[in-house]
Design a protein around this ligand. Structure first.
Ligand code: BTN
Length: 328
């Protein structure tokens, strides 16, 4: 009922609707309408009431509310169900639990805050209340498990596309960090449950620093982190930006399922700021540490680096792009 009342108020486009009209249209009492309006106001909706004219919707909250995110979203798969939380440990963990109990592909989990946000290589991910978009979604693709790492590239491309829609110029550092002036704005963590030949589910977790001021980042990451607010110099509406990301993910995933990853990889190349540069690769899980020049990504999304000892292939690792000063 609350959703229906909200929809009527939206359709009125900011003009007044009387309590009686709403009650009649929806077949409920005026008291019931009044109670729902009171609850909507509590949720942060800017609804003004006037005794003679009725109710008018003047402002919607920039809060992770399911109805707001789904309103006009229009995606086929990603966001077919959205679960919103005030606080969780990690949205990846919640999404994983949902996936294991049968939640369908495209289910999204989003939280205002994560108490135990997880990054790659078991790092902590800073996710303060109300300032970012901390979310995960479930995929159940038919392709082989070896293809899964490319989902991370797909996710990075989707966020980059959303940034462009909001007039920002994104750069992707291999494999999936979105940077602004060398500082990280977005992190992506992909986790998979699979058998040899079949994926059970993939959880893609994306953390976007939206309205975090520079001085709000913890000191240990302050010189390496940035936010959309810092790029734009003004707050960015989280719901609208989130919808842009979900739509881009939906489009790209649809393409991947139809015709494979080649178009995503091309889009990734167009946004990347790693290829063509000298890089320092720090090996993880027993991998080597070395310097070289990043030349391409291969069909599996691995980074190809030319070194004096020949071409090396990096599937996991920490890569930093070396500036001319660092090379001296
Ligand atoms: C990284 O840069 O190392 C990856 C960071 C991924 C963070 C996101 S926030 C939403 C989701 N939940 C998590 O615990 N992690 C991912």
């Amino acid at each position: 009922m609350r959703e229906k009342i909200l929809e009527l108020l939206r359709q009125a486009g900011g003009s007044y609707l009387s309590g009686e009209e709403i009650a009649k249209t929806l077949g409920v009492s005026r008291t019931a309408v009044w109670k729902h309006i009171r609850d909507l106001k509590k949720q942060g909706y800017g609804i003004i009431s006037q005794s003679r004219s009725g109710y008018a919707l003047r402002e919607v909250p920039d809060h992770m509310i399911r109805e707001e995110i789904m309103h006009g979203l229009g995606t086929q798969c990603i966001g077919r169900d959205i679960r919103c939380f005030e606080q969780v440990g990690s949205t990846n963990t919640v999404a994983k639990e949902l996936a294991e109990t049968g939640a369908p592909e495209g289910t999204v989990v989003v939280a205002e805050q994560q108490g135990a946000g997880r990054g790659r290589l078991e790092r902590h991910f800073f996710s303060p209340y109300g300032r970012g978009i901390w979310f995960s979604f479930i995929l159940r693709p038919e392709f082989l498990p070896q293809e899964a790492p490319k989902c991370t590239l797909m996710a990075a491309v989707a966020v980059a596309m959303a940034m462009e829609e909001f007039d920002m110029k994104p750069g992707i550092k291999w494999p999936n960090d979105i940077l602004y002036e060398g500082r990280k704005i977005v992190g992506i963590l992909t986790e998979m449950s699979a058998e040899m030949e079949q994926i059970r589910h993939i959880i893609i977790g994306i953390g976007i620093n939206v309205n975090i001021r520079e001085d709000e980042f913890p000191e240990d990451i302050r010189d390496r982190a940035a936010s959309l607010l810092m790029v734009k110099g003004a707050p960015v509406p989280r719901i609208a930006f989130f919808q842009a990301v979900l739509r881009a993910l939906d489009r790209l995933y649809g393409e991947v399922c139809q015709s494979g990853f080649a178009p995503v990889m091309d889009a990734w190349r167009a946004y990347n700021i790693t290829l063509g540069h000298d890089v320092h690769v720090i090996g993880v899980r027993g991998g080597e540490t070395f310097d070289g020049k990043a030349v391409d990504i291969d069909a599996e999304g691995a980074l190809l680096v030319d070194t004096p000892q020949g071409r090396k292939r990096v599937l996991a690792g920490d890569v930093s792009v070396r500036t001319p000063e660092q090379k001296q």
